[in-house]
Design a binder for this molecule. Structure first.
Ligand SMILES: NC(=O)c1ccc[n+]([C@@H]2O[C@H](COP(=O)([O-])OP(=O)(O)OC[C@H]3O[C@@H](n4cnc5c(N)ncnc54)[C@H](OP(=O)(O)O)[C@@H]3O)[C@@H](O)[C@H]2O)c1
Length: 327
């Protein structure tokens, strides 16, 4: 159990981070700054938890997190940079900003956090924890950008270990597929998760234990560890695994094509419906305009008739007067 620590935890509102928050909040004497962009569900989580809404994908965001933690705790004993997100897709587009957004959150933010944390510690003891990913060690079809963002973070942690000061412990988590919002964020259209899938409570528990034990690496799935060794010795095992995962991507692409076709049909139907409604309204307006014109003409005739009658009346009155006064 981690106790008497001042802790910053990013990505605390959901999934692995939320489960980690539950465990850390139980630790006696712990004080936690729980960070995410949307913090409604952790606003009143516990007395020792301060929810902090912040986007950590920018330098200003990370600076704000440090400033808030320093204001609350003074020293940060454990900084757990867990926030991150995936895309599940076929990488077939030229979109600089889409790639940039992922690298800012998954890679640049935790790297910048390291630099800031070292300066913050200024020689004091501290722990930096990262949620990397099993995909940061073994690429997966459908996750090209995500894989590369986590491979980059993995490369960083590997290199920085060789030059980091002794006062800093770095613990990295390598989860396989974990049943969180991750898969909803990855694509709006549902897809098959990679095999195997674990519970976030299990993953978070392993990570908190790993941090406490001062581990460099935490791999919460024993099967993946075994498979990695096996794949190293018998590479065709990896080829078969990748083939199975590629088949999932192919199925997803087909599903997406049907989904897009349906969406196109829906759009066409909506456009068609809109055209029909416009046409009906136009016809009704035309009819109403015709009716109005008829009414206008009727009124005009009535007015002419009244004028005629008035003229006749005036003429007959004039005649009567003439006769009466022998003018
Ligand atoms: N689930 C998996 O299969 C799996 C496997 C390997 C590694 N991982 C890694 O595990 C970590 C946690 O993911 P999860 O599975 O727990 O997914 P999750 O349930 O979607 O949680 C992601 C958390 O990160 C926060 N977050 C995302 N972008 C942020 C930003 N720019 N600024 C601040 N907070 C941000 C989210 O809150 P807001 O949206 O409110 O900001 C949320 O609290 C990620 O680094 C992910 O890459 C997940």
């Amino acid at each position: 159990m981690i106790e008497n620590k001042s802790i910053v935890l990013t990505g605390a509102s959901s999934g692995i981070g939320f489960e980690a928050l539950k465990l850390l909040a139980k630790g006696k004497g712990n004080r936690i700054l729980a960070v995410a962009r949307h913090v409604n569900n952790i606003q009143y989580f516990a007395d020792n938890v301060t929810a902090f809404s912040c986007d950590i994908s920018t330098k200003e965001g990370v600076d704000r997190v440090f400033a808030k933690a320093e204001e609350l705790f003074g020293k940060i004993d454990l900084f757990y940079a867990n926030a991150g997100f995936p895309y599940y897709e076929e990488f077939n587009y030229e979109d600089w900003d889409r790639v940039d957004a992922m690298f800012r959150t998954n890679t640049i933010s935790p790297i910048y956090t390291y630099a800031k944390y070292i300066r913050h510690l200024n020689g004091r003891e501290g722990i930096l924890a990262y949620t990397v990913s099993a995909i940061g060690e073994m690429a997966m079809p459908g996750y090209a950008i995500y894989s590369s963002s986590k491979f980059a973070l993995n490369g960083f942690q590997e290199a920085i270990r060789l030059e980091k000061p002794d006062n800093l412990q770095i613990t990295c988590l390598y989860p396989v597929a974990t049943d969180t919002n991750f898969f909803k964020v990855a694509n709006a259209v549902e897809f098959e998760k990679p095999f195997p899938v674990q519970k976030p409570s299990h993953v978070a528990k392993k990570m908190i234990e790993g941090i406490e034990q001062g581990k460099a690496k935490v791999s919460p799935c024993g099967l993946f560890g075994f498979a990695k060794v096996l794949m190293g010795v018998v590479p065709p095992v990896r080829t078969v695994y990748w083939k199975l995962e590629t088949a999932k991507l192919e199925r997803f692409k087909k599903k997406l094509a049907v989904y897009h076709e349906k969406a196109r049909e829906n759009v066409t139907q909506v456009v068609e419906k809109g055209r029909e409604v416009r046409e009906a309204v136009r016809e009704e307006l035309q009819e109403k305009r015709g009716e109005l014109q008829e009414k206008r003409e009727e009124l005009h005739e009535k007015r002419e008739e009244i004028h005629r009658e008035l003229d006749e009346k005036a003429a007959s009155v004039r005649e009567e007067q003439k006769e009466k006064f022998h003018v």
